[in-house]
Design a protein around this ligand. Structure first.
Ligand code: UD1
Ligand code: UDP
Length: 362
């Protein structure tokens, strides 16, 4: 049974769902979505043609961590008891993943952790994701680490080496299927007559003042660079929308749009000049596309992209973001140094590897 509930989990689990389903002689696959995200999850399910067997449909407006944890934990119990899977696979670091893994643990069902071993070492950053991923790794039987560095993190915590597999990140499997030549879209046509910047932001620890500072910095830089246009597919969290509209409304070179389907978003990334984000998944995708990313966070659990030169951690202070963004727009050498493509997060075959391993282990 695969359990997931948010956009990024779906983008990274659907390739695995489809790979396991292709091997129907070996696996009976049950997909349980929690619906922690509603519309942003459904967008991804549609793109990958995945129809869940079970949908807990837990999302509420402005849900708290208590809401998500309690609803998933209570609602998934009956599903796990009736399906009685041989293994529950969860992904990454969301509260869906944490609560589903905890439920499986309470019922003595083995857990496999896809994208295991990412660490910042600070449980408050990103919050609550660093706790979630560490907690899932305490419970897990199998660890599907995306990189060698993630494997080392797990080993340093005493996880058994024979149960850690370096597979690459399944997010790159998804990315390999979405980018197309000649892609177009009306927002892209509008943005393409200048340098196009792509923006996303949503982290809970950045809600409030840090997010206002990010948006103010972006607006200041863009006001000084008339050739720059920006597309910002805005996360559905009402708190994010409030901050974005407060700081960015009325500036016509920056377009706030609804969340893009992943097929569109990946092609927007490929067409962009640079990306400003606090997202985790985008930090993994951008190196493969050779797109510079200013990461508006204080910590990252994706140091491979920083080492590859594509990512730069700029924090959430308005002046720091202003300086870094200005430098990338004005200094061609600084831009060229970051615009190099590499594949630290995998070759697009992570799902195949995980399916091979499960075929041997189960
Ligand atoms: C969640 C994950 C985070 C992940 C992010 C990806 C947790 C605690 N957080 O954060 O790790 O990086 O997803 O985007 O697991 N909403 C909608 N429709 C949607 C999705 C969200 O209306 O399709 C609104 C709802 O009001 C919801 C709010 O957004 O209450 C926040 O969603 P939530 O899943 O709680 O937090 P995220 O910030 O999205
Ligand atoms: N993404 C998308 N549409 C958008 C913005 C992002 O499909 O409008 C994709 C992006 O390519 C990446 C994932 O969503 O695969 C990242 O999700 P998010 O930033 O919400 O979560 P995180 O990765 O930070 O957990």
């Amino acid at each position: 049974m695969l359990v997931f509930g948010t956009r990024p989990e779906a983008i990274k689990m659907c390739p695995l769902v489809n790979e396991l389903k292709r091997r129907s002689d070996q696996f009976e696959v049950v997909v349980c979505v929690t619906g922690q995200h509603r519309r942003m999850l459904d967008q991804v399910l549609d793109t990958f043609d995945v129809v869940p067997d079970c949908d807990l449909d837990i999302m509420s407006m402005n849900q708290t961590l208590f809401d998500i944890t309690c609803h998933v934990l209570l609602d998934i119990k009956a599903v796990l008891e009736s399906v009685a899977p041989d293994i529950v696979l969860v992904h990454g670091d969301t509260t869906t993943s944490f609560a589903a893994a905890l439920a499986a643990f309470y019922l003595h069902i083995p857990v496999g952790h896809v994208e295991a071993g990412l660490r910042t070492g600070d449980v408050y950053s990103p919050w609550p994701e660093e706790f979630n991923r560490q907690a899932v790794d305490i419970i897990s039987r199998y660890y599907f680490a995306p990189t060698e560095r993630a494997r080392v993190n797990l080993l340093s915590e005493g996880k058994p080496s024979e149960r850690i597999y370096v597979t690459g990140n399944t997010g790159i499997d998804a990315l390999k299927t979405t980018i197309v030549d000649g892609y177009d879209h009306s927002d892209l046509t509008w943005a393409r007559d200048g340098r196009m910047i792509l923006i996303t932001a949503h982290r809970r620890e950045n809600l409030g003042e840090p997010m206002h500072q990010m948006f103010r910095a972006i607006r200041r830089v863009m006001e000084e660079h008339p050739d720059v246009k920006a597309i910002y597919p805005i996360h559905m969290n009402p708190a994010v929308r409030e901050a974005a509209h407060a700081e960015l409304d009325g500036f016509d070179r920056l377009r706030l749009v609804e969340p893009l389907e992943v097929f569109d978003f990946h092609n927007f990334m490929a067409a962009s000049y640079l990306i400003l984000t606090d997202s985790g998944g985008i930090q993994e995708e951008a190196p493969s596309l050779g797109k510079p990313v200013l990461v508006m966070r204080d910590t990252t659990e994706r140091p491979e992209g920083v080492a590859a030169g594509t990512l730069r951690l700029v924090g959430t202070d308005e002046d720091d973001i202003y300086q870094a963004f200005t430098e990338l727009l004005d200094d061609e050498a600084a831009y060229a140094a970051m615009a190099c493509s590499s594949n630290p997060y995998g070759d697009g075959r992570a799902s195949q590897r995980i399916a091979d391993i499960l075929g041997c282990e189960l």
